[in-house]
Design a protein around this ligand. Structure first.
Ligand SMILES: [Zn+2]
Length: 168
C-alpha cells in the first residue's frame, strides 16, 4: 500500500487526496511514498526523540545542580542573619538538599508517568531530608525516623507493584 507523503497515513492506490490530511496524492511532485521511505522518516524521528530525552536529562541535572548551589547560598545567608547556629548549618543544608532531590523525583515522575523513574530520587531525598531534620531539630536518637522512612518505602513499593500489576 502507498502512504501519504504529507502525513504518512496509509492511502488507497487510487485515492486522489489523502483521507486524513487532504494532501493531493496524484501530482507527480507529491507521489505517494512507499513504506521504505516512511520507515526512514520514522527512524529519523525516533533518533530525534532519543536526543530530546537525553537533553531533558542533562537539563534536569543542571537544574538540580543549580538549585543545590542556590540553596547552599540561601542557607549561608540565613545563617549570617542569625536564623540558626553554625552547628545546624549542615543539617539545614541537608534538609534543603533532600527536598530538592524529592522534587527532582516528582518531576521525573510527572514527566514520564513512570513511578520508578523518580522513586530513587524521592527515597534518597527523603532520607537526606530526614537526616538534615534530625540535625536541625536535635533529634539525637533519630533512628525512629529511619524506621518510619523504611516503612514508608516498603508501603510505597507495595503500592507501586499493585498499580503495575493490578489484581482482577
Ligand atoms: Zn495525509
Amino acid at each position: 500500500m502507498p502512504y501519504c507523503p504529507s502525513c504518512g497515513k496509509e492511502v488507497a492506490e487510487d485515492d486522489e487526496f489523502c483521507p486524513k490530511c487532504r494532501a493531493p496524492l496524484k501530482e507527480p511532485r507529491l507521489r505517494p511514498v512507499r513504506r521504505r521511505d516512511e520507515k526512514d522518516e520514522k527512524d529519523e524521528r525516533d533518533e530525534k526523540d532519543e536526543k530530546g530525552e537525553k537533553h531533558e536529562g542533562d537539563q534536569a541535572g543542571a537544574i538540580v545542580g543549580g538549585l543545590v548551589v542556590v540553596w547552599l547560598g540561601v542557607s549561608f545567608a540565613l545563617r549570617n542573619m542569625g536564623y540558626f547556629p553554625w552547628a545546624d548549618m549542615g543539617g539545614v543544608f541537608l534538609l534543603g538538599l533532600g527536598v530538592i532531590l524529592i522534587l527532582r523525583g516528582l518531576w521525573a515522575y510527572s514527566k514520564t508517568g513512570v513511578l520508578d523513574q523518580g522513586f530513587g530520587y524521592v527515597v534518597g531525598g527523603g532520607f537526606v531530608a530526614l537526616l538534615g531534620a534530625a540535625v536541625v531539630f536535635q533529634v539525637n536518637d533519630w533512628w525512629p525516623f529511619f524506621i518510619i522512612g523504611l516503612g514508608a518505602v516498603i508501603v510505597l513499593r507495595a503500592l507501586m507493584a499493585q498499580s503495575r500489576n493490578p489484581r482482577p
